[in-house]
Design a binder for this molecule. Structure first.
Ligand SMILES: [Zn+2]
Ligand SMILES: [Zn+2]
Length: 257
């Protein structure tokens, strides 16, 4: 594992707080398959299922893990399409309407005692919060409008070879530390490798984010390959065609860059 921000020690736990399932139009595996791959990989203590604009897949994954007696903690959540770009909501119970301002969306997340996290900030290929809108949130006087976390590593964004968004997010975070909440790393997995981006924490993920005691890590290629290996072993019929699809997609995209 490679440290992106903060130090990782063995007494910390690992979470991937931003993972999609096939309940998002742009992702492929069912909630229970993501749980099975995560359990088999023995890397994560916690995973948040965060499909676009709906909480129900995360509840499904949670119930599945409970039924099977897995110690994996499954956090409820959703990635909300605000008018200003995507915003991650963790620990919410009910759907929050899409296409509202980022401020209104944050308010509604906090009303449910959830956490609001800026994801893939500044990344122009996906609808993302820009610097101005994030500064607007920081400066807002309403006590319910603030960010609990800021994603400074997103493995999906990182797979684009020429983007500067991750570097910019890291620099911006250090510049405005104290106003952006906890540093967050995630996979933003849409395929079969949850855990490629990680948030390390102590004891409880929610409390660690609130007290900003998190570290951000990423997996080395050979570690991601191990997860992929577990995934293919478990679900060869679904995943082998996906491997081919992903390779083709990457090839096309890298040619375009
Ligand atoms: Zn997104
Ligand atoms: Zn996402």
């Amino acid at each position: 594992m490679k440290e992106i921000l903060g130090a990782y020690s063995r007494d910390q736990k690992l979470a991937d707080p931003h993972v999609h399932t096939n309940k998002s139009r742009d992702a492929y595996l069912a909630p229970e398959q993501i749980v099975e791959i995560t359990v088999a990989s023995e890397l994560l203590h916690t995973i948040a299922i965060t499909d676009h604009d709906k909480v129900s897949p995360s509840i499904e994954a949670f119930e599945y893990a409970q039924r099977h007696g897995y110690s994996l903690e499954v956090v409820s959540g959703s990635e909300i399409s605000t008018l200003d770009g995507h915003l991650l909501a963790l620990y919410i119970e009910y759907d929050i309407p899409s296409h509202q301002s980022v401020e209104q969306t944050i308010k509604e997340i906090h009303k449910q005692d959830g956490l609001a996290i800026a994801v893939h900030p500044f990344f122009k290929r996906i609808r993302s919060l820009n610097q101005q809108r994030i500064l607007d949130v920081i400066k807002n006087d309403d006590p319910e409008i603030y960010l609990d976390g800021f994603e400074i590593f997103n493995a999906g964004v990182n797979s684009y070879p020429k983007t500067t968004a991750i570097k910019e997010a890291g620099e911006f975070y250090l510049q405005h530390k104290g106003f952006l909440g906890a540093p967050i790393g995630s996979s933003d997995n849409h395929y079969f490798t949850p855990g490629r981006g990680l948030t390390a924490y102590k004891k409880d993920l929610k409390e660690s984010i609130k007290s900003r005691e998190t570290a951000v890590l990423m997996l080395e290629d050979h570690e991601s390959a191990q997860i992929r290996h577990h995934a293919i072993n478990l679900f060869p019929k679904e995943i082998n065609p996906l491997v081919a699809k992903l390779e083709k997609y990457r090839e096309l995209r890298n040619k375009r860059e």
